[in-house]
Design a protein around this ligand. Structure first.
Ligand code: 6PG
Length: 231
């Protein structure tokens, strides 16, 4: 695992966009986007890179709230507003999580699109240590895509499962802000324990390939300085 620390959230976003752009430039990329707020500046930077071979990219979503795409809480809606709608045609192939099927129906349908591993998965971490829509104490696996319950609304979620996330070639976890520092340090400490003893879903990320934690200094402020690389 590599822990890269950027001075602030804008520098974090620039570094994350570089990582994603480098993988897209290799051609033929199955890319899963994170929801929430942290990825927004990353997507806006990627929207400024129309020259990348976007037509070779397949876009997936790490998770979705059970709302329509035009709902302000929609992860798909956020990705379209900050990145996808700005890209030149033909652009990437976008695989929606079809929330109109209901949580279980959308999960079952989405799993049929994930027969091959993802190349690059962007994720965030919630204040409780959740990632995608895998929450502490909730379901983590059992299928490629699962329906879950969030403690905060929108409660019904659809999420890639832990095994799908860990089948990816590369996972980049994006965390910013002082409010995440203590939980992130807890997740780091859990990583020295057996997987079965790790309570936080974010501590269970162990992709087939590389795992990057891409942090701003505020989020990294409770980690041992010896484990970090400055970006
Ligand atoms: C979601 C995301 C979720 C998010 C974290 C962090 O649907 O909300 O998938 O896992 O990444 O909650 O969110 P912020 O980036 O807004 O802090």
């Amino acid at each position: 695992m590599r822990i890269l620390v950027a001075p602030d959230v804008e520098a974090l976003a620039a570094r994350a966009a570089e990582l994603v752009a480098a993988r897209i430039a290799e051609g033929s990329c199955r890319l899963a986007l994170a929801g929430g707020n942290t990825p927004r500046p990353v997507y806006r930077r990627l929207a400024e890179r129309p020259e990348l071979p976007w037509s070779g990219v397949e876009i997936f979503f790490g998770d979705e709230r059970l709302v329509p795409p035009d709902d302000p809480a929609s992860n798909e809606g956020m990705a379209r507003a900050t990145l996808l709608d700005a890209l030149p045609a033909p652009g990437p192939r976008v695989h929606r999580i079809e929330t109109e099927r209901g949580a279980e129906g959308a999960a079952t349908h989405y799993a049929t699109l994930l027969s091959k591993p993802l190349d690059l998965v962007l994720l965030g971490m919630g204040g409780d240590g959740h990632t995608a829509s895998l929450f502490p104490g909730g379901p983590l696996d059992g299928a490629a895509v699962i329906a879950t319950e969030s403690p905060v609304p929108p409660h019904r979620r659809v999420s890639l499962s832990l095994s799908t996330l860990n089948a990816a070639d590369q996972v980049v976890l994006l965390v910013a802000g002082e409010d995440k520092a203590t939980r992130l340090a807890e997740a780091f400490a859990q990583r020295v324990r057996p997987m079965t003893e790790r309570r936080l879903p974010v501590a269970l990320l162990a992709p087939r390939g590389e795992l990057w934690w891409l942090l701003d200094a505020a989020a990294a402020s409770a980690l041992p300085s010896s484990v970090m690389e400055e970006t």
